[in-house]
Design a protein around this ligand. Structure first.
Ligand code: SF4
Length: 703
């Protein structure tokens, strides 16, 4: 914290939004943020995007929760109420902390004593700190007695992580995105960094200016394509066809690195066999990219000295998302483009701490650091540490938990900082599940669409009000510092988790957040040599670090892989269709995603004056030719319908969207795109198919 004349203070922190993890200086006057600037952090070198620089005012929104709330006895469960028309105090009454905590914990205990831990579940948050994530999963495992704990990683990169764990033994990136500057060839597939990771995109543009090859692959055009040396607008859902065609060229033209494969890779022979029929000529029609371009791109990637691959939700949010990532891993392993500077595999992580929350064990199949809950030795270590016997089977994932509520298996939930009423697929089904819960405790800074369903609401702390560590997409563990006092009676998230733990009988006695970090770091090999004091002192430390006084390893897999045999494993993928393809009734493809100005479900950015002014209303986007072909007009109200529901939105024309496609952002409650999306899951990562379902669009205006 520095004192600066015109401000009361300037606090060094990190951005609360995306996984880039830009370091910030937060200027405060009269307990209000008045300015945010970029600092010289390793991921941003003084840069910030529009969200980080101007999106901070949500913390001062009049919508902030400042008192605990308890649902009125006569209030109907929220279901699908239109939140804009309801006064919260007709549904909830204000309560003391004592009463709210008692109500919350007794509801959990009643279910626990009657039905056991399998009837409970928790959603933590990728927006919270590592310490909060660790405490949250510990509460669910130790206190609730179940592994039914998950968070939004299930909705973003779960399939990437399952493929990476299988292929290279680690779910994190192998090199930071700044290594694009050291690469000769950069592939960006199924990601829109200029929208979703804007500061990372600046490095990609800079790399092109230095003469690097930039290959963008995306079913929607994007503005980064203007900087690309090769732009492949492939057909949605055809990732495996396109990527196997590249692998076919690499195999048939012998562009692979034989020495690297012999020393480090298994599964190459099976891959050769699998991709034999995926010739560029055969796949051109399937993926919509001509054979010559496929050959050229394969050659550029394979023969460059250093090539690196970045990917996003366009790859992962499919029922074949794991297969898509397997193909990317196969590209890197066959060519030896991993384990050196300027090479590697980098799934661009979405939320500010989705990497850290996953590392800290906020997932149903793993303790911290991806240690299986089904491994007897690992589980018994945690049983010794926590002094309780623990659930021996892996828990349910986000969408499975929703289904288990409908099946009367799960009856109570604790949700911290997550908004499944907006983020889950088939939203009416998800909201009906929340409404059906016997007992729901929600902890948040706003009365989100999810909190409306709660029995007890805890007013919590915003990012700018708390101390904690956050791990960005580059594996850099960074410190966020409090700049503001908490509003009203709102309390720190970690203290609330501890109070709930005490309320259900756990003997937890943490005095401050650094003690939580110390306990977490003691069980996580990835944080060895990174004590709390080091992060405080250095601001950002990359894990893993070999010694307390040595910088962390930005590039991993230099000498093999952390797999059972030390080798990277290629798992060949087959071409599978999306779960639901267009037909006569629903002839279009609906795809969903984010906007530059709005972050995820919009809980924060829609309460930011500047950002909501720029993008104030729900939209459905099609290209102008498609709009004309369908007899519609940009600017008019349309209804978009799928087998799950119907949503109204303003029609926008944008040449980036391919023929036959509709794009909708999922951040607008008044036009909730996830009312339409398909909940079918990838069998490995259990991620829903947000990027593809059959839809139709109609005018809402009289002819
Ligand atoms: Fe924040 Fe991401 Fe923008 Fe950086 S790029 S300022 S981390 S939203």
């Amino acid at each position: 914290t520095r004192a600066v004349q015109e401000f009361d203070k300037v606090v060094d922190s990190v951005c609360p939004f995306c996984g880039v993890g830009c370091q910030t200086s937060v200027a405060v006057k009269d307990n209000r943020i008045v300015q945010v600037d970029g600092r010289n952090g390793p991921a941003n070198e003084n840069r910030l995007c529009v969200k980080g620089r101007f999106g901070f005012d949500y913390v001062h929104s009049p919508d902030r929760l400042t008192k605990p709330l308890i649902r009125r006895d006569d209030a109907p469960k929220a279901g699908d109420i239109d939140l804009r028309d309801v006064d919260p105090l007709t549904v909830f009454r204000e309560a003391s902390w004592e009463e709210a905590l008692e109500r919350a914990s007794s509801g959990i205990k009643t279910i626990l004593d009657r039905d056991g831990g399998a009837a409970l579940a928790g959603f933590g948050s990728a927006k919270g700190s590592n310490e909060e994530a660790y405490l949250f999963q510990k509460l669910i495992r130790e206190g609730f007695g179940t592994n039914n704990v998950d968070h939004c990683t299930r909705l973003c990169h779960a399939s990437s992580v399952s493929a990476l764990l299988e292929g290279v033994g680690s779910g994190a990136v192998s090199a930071p995105f700044t290594d694009a500057m050291k690469a000769d060839c950069i592939i960006v597939i199924g990601a829109r960094p200029a929208t979703n990771h804007p500061v990372a995109a600046t490095y990609f543009k800079q790399a092109v200016k230095q003469g690097k090859q930039l290959i963008i692959m995306d079913p929607r055009r994007q503005n980064l394509m203007r900087h690309a040396t090769h732009a492949l607008q492939f057909k949605p859902g055809s990732d495996v066809a396109m990527l196997n065609a590249l692998l076919n060229v690499i195999v048939t033209e012998k562009l692979y690195d034989e020495q690297y494969i012999q020393a480090n890779v298994s599964g190459f022979e099976a891959l050769k066999e699998k991709v034999k029929d995926f010739t560029p000529e055969a796949m051109a029609e399937v993926c919509g990219v001509d054979a010559e371009t496929l050959r050229t791109v394969a050659r550029v990637y394979a023969t460059s000295e250093r090539s690196i691959i970045f990917w996003g939700m366009g790859v992962s949010q499919h029922t074949h998302g794991t297969d898509n990532s397997r193909c990317l891993i196969a590209l890197a392993l066959t060519t030896g483009h991993v384990g050196r500077e300027g090479t590697g595999l980098h799934p661009l992580r979405g939320q500010n701490n989705v990497q850290g929350a996953s590392d800290a064990g906020l997932i149903p199949m793993f303790f911290p650091d991806y240690k299986s809950v089904e491994n007897v030795d690992i589980r018994s270590n945690y049983e010794d540490l926590w002094g309780r016997s623990l659930d021996p089977v892996k828990g349910l994932t986000v969408v499975e938990i929703v289904d288990a509520i409908h099946d009367d298996v799960i009856k109570g939930m604790y949700i911290m900082g997550e908004n499944p009423a907006m983020s889950d697929p088939d939203q009416l089904h998800a909201r009906a599940a929340l409404a059906k819960l016997e007992h729901l405790v929600v902890q948040d800074i706003f009365l989100t669409e999810t909190a409306w369903h709660a029995d007890v609401v805890f007013p919590a702390s915003a990012h700018a009000e708390k101390l904690g560590t956050y791990t960005n997409t580059n594996r850099q563990v960074q410190i966020g510092r409090p700049a503001l006092d908490l509003p009203g009676e709102a309390r720190q998230d970690w203290e609330l988790i501890v109070d709930l733990a005490k309320g259900i009988g756990l003997d937890w006695a943490y005095r401050d957040i650094s003690e939580v970090y110390d306990e977490m770091a003691a069980v996580m090999p990835s944080l060895r040599n990174i004590p709390w004091e080091r992060i405080e002192r250095e601001e950002s430390v990359t894990y893993p670090a070999d010694a307390p006084d040595k910088p962390g390893n930005e590039v991993i897999f230099r000498e093999g892989f952390p797999t059972a045999d030390g080798r990277g494993k290629i798992v060949p993928a087959d071409l599978l269709p999306p779960d639901e393809v267009p037909d006569e009734q629903y002839p279009m493809v609906l795809t969903t995603g984010r906007l530059l100005e709005h972050w995820h479900t919009g809980a924060m950015t829609r309460r930011s004056g500047v950002l909501d002014e720029i993008e104030p209303q729900g939209i459905a986007v099609m290209n102008p030719y498609e709009i004309e072909r369908q007899g519609l007009a940009a600017g008019q109200m349309v209804s978009v319908e799928t087998r799950r529901g119907v949503v109204e939105a303003v029609l926008r024309a944008d040449r980036e969207v391919a023929d036959g496609m509709i794009f909708m952002p999922f951040c607008f409650n008044e036009s909730p795109a996830n009312r339409l999306t398909n909940p079918q899951l990838d069998p490995y990562g259990k991620i829903p198919e947000f990027k593809y379902c059959a839809a139709r669009i109609e005018s809402m205006e009289q002819a």
